[in-house]
Design a protein around this ligand. Structure first.
Ligand SMILES: NC(=O)c1ccc[n+]([C@@H]2O[C@H](COP(=O)([O-])OP(=O)(O)OC[C@H]3O[C@@H](n4cnc5c(N)ncnc54)[C@H](OP(=O)(O)O)[C@@H]3O)[C@@H](O)[C@H]2O)c1
Length: 276
C-alpha cells in the first residue's frame, strides 16, 4: 500500500499514495446534500471480464488473476463513505452457500480499522446500511440475519411474490420497499425513495443487471473502474452491464485516471473515474 500511483489525468505526472486516494471524494460531492449521489465500482480485465465461473462452475466470481489487495483497498474506501450499499439477492444466496467472496464492506479486518474509525469521526453509522435488489425474493433468511446490526431493505417490484416478501420480513429484521410497477425494480423512482429515507451517498456493489437497472433509471452518477492489464479470454463471463441496449448510449466523461504499476503483479492497472 505504500507504493505510489501516478496521476495521468487531469494533472499528469503527480504521484499519490494509494491508501486514501478515494477518501473524501464522495463525502465532499456537492449533490449529496439534496439528493442521493449514486456511485459504483468495478474491476475488469482488459477484455472486459468482471466475473468468470468459480471452482464449482455453477456460480461466477471475480477472476483470481485480476483481484488484488490494492484494488480491494479502494473498494473499501468507497464503501467507507457510503450511508447505503446496494447489493443483489445473488450475493445473499452465495453467502448462504459459503460462496460469497467476502463479507459486505466495510471489512472487519485490521487493515480497514482506519476506515471504520474514519466513519465514526465523520459522525456516520459504524457500517453502511444495505439495500438488496431482488425480483425472485429467493433469499435465504439466515444470510439476511448476518447483518442484524445494519438497517436492511429488500427492494423489489410491486408484482413480486407477496407471500415470500411477508415471510422474509416476518422472519428477519428486513424492511420491504416496492419500487416500480412490475416484478423488477424500476430505478427511475429509486432516487426519490432513498432521498425520503434520508440516504445521500449510495454505493452500488452488485453486478451487471443491477448496474443496467440503475443506468436505465438514470440513477448512476459516477463509475469507478479499475482495468487490470491482462487478457483472460474464455466464453463464460460477466461484463459490467447486462440488459437491453441502452439507447441513447449512457455517456460518462472521464474525470480522473491513475496508473498503478504495482498490481496485479506483472501487469499493473489503471484506475479511472467517470462522472455524469
Ligand atoms: N469485478 C467486479 O468489480 C464485480 C463487481 C460486482 C459484481 N461482480 C461479480 O459479478 C457477478 C454477478 O453479480 P450479481 O449477480 O450480484 O449481479 P447482478 O447481475 O447485478 O445481480 C443479479 C441479481 O440481482 C437482482 N436484480 C438485478 N436487477 C434487478 C432488478 N431490476 N430488480 C430486481 N432484482 C434485480 C436479481 O435477483 P433475483 O434473482 O433474486 O431476482 C438478480 O438475480 C458475480 O460473480 C459478482 O461477483 C464483479
Amino acid at each position: 500500500m505504500d507504493q505510489d500511483v501516478l496521476e495521468l489525468y487531469p494533472d499528469s505526472g503527480n504521484k499519490h499514495a494509494l491508501q486514501g486516494l478515494y477518501m473524501g471524494q464522495v463525502l465532499e460531492h456537492p449533490r449529496r446534500t439534496q439528493i442521493p449521489f449514486i456511485y459504483s465500482n468495478f474491476i475488469s480485465s482488459l477484455d472486459g471480464r468482471i466475473a468468470v465461473p468459480g471452482p464449482d462452475r455453477n456460480s461466477h466470481q471475480v477472476p483470481e488473476a485480476i483481484a488484488n489487495p490494492r484494488d480491494w483497498r479502494l473498494f473499501q474506501e468507497l464503501a467507507a463513505q457510503a450511508d447505503l450499499l446496494i447489493t443483489s439477492a445473488r450475493y445473499f444466496r452465495q453467502a448462504a452457500e459459503q460462496e460469497a467472496q467476502a463479507e459486505l464492506p466495510v471489512g472487519s479486518g485490521p487493515e480497514f480499522d482506519d476506515l471504520r474509525e474514519w466513519r465514526i469521526r465523520q459522525g456516520l453509522s459504524p457500517q453502511p446500511d444495505i439495500a438488496v435488489f431482488s425480483a425472485s425474493l429467493d433469499i435465504p433468511v439466515e444470510s439476511i440475519r448476518l447483518y442484524e446490526d445494519r438497517t436492511l431493505y429488500l427492494i423489489t417490484g410491486a408484482m413480486a411474490d407477496t407471500e415470500r416478501l411477508r415471510h422474509l420480513v416476518d422472519s428477519s429484521h428486513a424492511q420491504a420497499i416496492t419500487c416500480g410497477q412490475n416484478g423488477h425494480v424500476d430505478a427511475s423512482v429509486l432516487r426519490a425513495t432513498l432521498a425520503e429515507l434520508g440516504y445521500r451517498r449510495v454505493y452500488a456493489i452488485a453486478g451487471p443487471a443491477v448496474l443496467h437497472t440503475l443506468i436505465q433509471g438514470n440513477a448512476l452518477d459516477r463509475l469507478y473502474h479499475t482495468t487490470a492489464h491482462c487478457l483472460l479470454g474464455g466464453t463464460r463471463f460477466d461484463t459490467f452491464v447486462w440488459g437491453a441496449p441502452l439507447e441513447p448510449a449512457f455517456c460518462m466523461p472521464l474525470r480522473a485516471m491513475y496508473f498503478d504499476p504495482h498490481a496485479p503483479q506483472g501487469a499493473g492497472q489503471t484506475l479511472a473515474i467517470y462522472d455524469r
